[in-house]
Design a protein around this ligand. Structure first.
Ligand code: CP
Ligand code: NVA
Length: 300
């Protein structure tokens, strides 16, 4: 049985193939009966538009159906232990797509359940999103070896998945995070030792210099809403605006997982510019979810 918790689950061989497979699915408007008769539970402990809908539509396009569980409308919100939920859902459903807080919750679902678990975002990573972002790059510049990708902002879940991606795909990752908001140094070291080319600094001007693709994310992620005010102060020099973008390559493209806060991490002008790929990225969520589910459920 396969789970998809992070890009490491794919390994090098499949990481190389999954972008081409997702692109093929996009070009062919791919449909199949792979999930016919199967029911996938979508467990969302945090809000979602793109991830939830792209998984829901993706499952249907592969012939299956879904059930959405949120804390408000299930016993999850009344503290039923996850280990019990995992064992119950394994008797009804064929897979779990889970958005939650700590990654340990996914581990508990995997340990006690007996069906595949797919990571739809945790505090530690958002691998489905980063693979979709890589698909957005791949369809324009398939040779990653000469690419510089910049990460400007919080060293949180998205940044961590970008670091993991840099192990499996040969781009350079330049990261600029405010002091105190860098990714965990042990994780940076581990990715570096595994082969990722990561350069970490606190200066967004240095972090964006010469980038082909520039990435950012909200300053306060889900679960950090109470830190919003202090984060606005700490991140004040980290708005990706036209002045900052001018330090990247002249044809540099802008990426954002969405939802975006215009006037905070990105200016309206950059967000709406012709170099902004944000809606192609959002579309690619659907194609990548199908490629991932094919890998998880076909055993292929
Ligand atoms: N990018 C992303 O995961 O969006 P949602 O929170 O809308 O799912
Ligand atoms: N870092 C953001 C990503 C949202 C898709 C969050 O976790 O809220």
């Amino acid at each position: 049985m396969r789970h998809f918790i992070g890009i490491h689950d794919l390994g090098f061989a499949r990481a190389n193939k999954i972008l081409a497979r997702a692109l093929e699915m996009k070009q062919n408007k791919y449909r199949s009966r792979l999930l016919e008769g199967k029911v996938i539970a979508l467990i969302f402990e945090k809000a979602s538009t793109r991830t939830r809908v792209s998984f829901d539509v993706g499952v249907r396009q592969l012939g299956g159906s879904t059930i959405l569980l949120t804390p408000a409308e299930s016993q999850l919100g009344r503290a039923e232990p996850l280990r019990d939920t995992a064992r119950v859902l394994s008797r009804y459903c064929d897979g779990l797509v889970v958005r939650t807080f700590g990654q340990a919750k996914l581990e508990e679902l995997m340990a006690f359940g007996s069906i595949p678990v797919i990571n739809a975002l945790t505090d530690e990573g958002h691998p489905c999103q980063v693979l979709s972002d890589l698909l957005t790059i791949y369809e324009r510049t398939p040779d990653f070896s000469k690419l510089r990708v910049s990460w400007i902002g919080d060293g949180h879940n998205m940044a961590r998945s970008w670091m993991e991606a840099a192990i499996y795909y040969p781009f350079e990752l330049f990261m600029a995070c405010p002091k105190g908001y860098e990714p965990d140094s042990a994780y940076v070291d581990a990715c570096g030792k595994a082969g990722a080319r990561i350069f970490l600094c606190n200066d967004p001007r240095l972090g964006i210099a010469g980038a082909h693709y520039v990435n950012t994310d909200v300053w306060a992620s889900m679960g950090q809403e109470e830190e919003q005010l202090e984060r606005v102060k700490a991140f004040k020099d980290f708005c990706v605006d036209e002045e900052l973008m001018a330090l990247a390559r002249p044809d540099a493209k802008f990426l954002h997982c969405l939802p975006a806060h215009r006037g905070e991490e990105v200016s309206e002008a950059v967000f709406e510019s012709e170099n902004s790929l944000v809606f192609d990225e959002a579309e690619n969520r659907l194609h990548m979810q199908k490629a991932l589910m094919e890998w998880v459920f076909s055993g292929d």
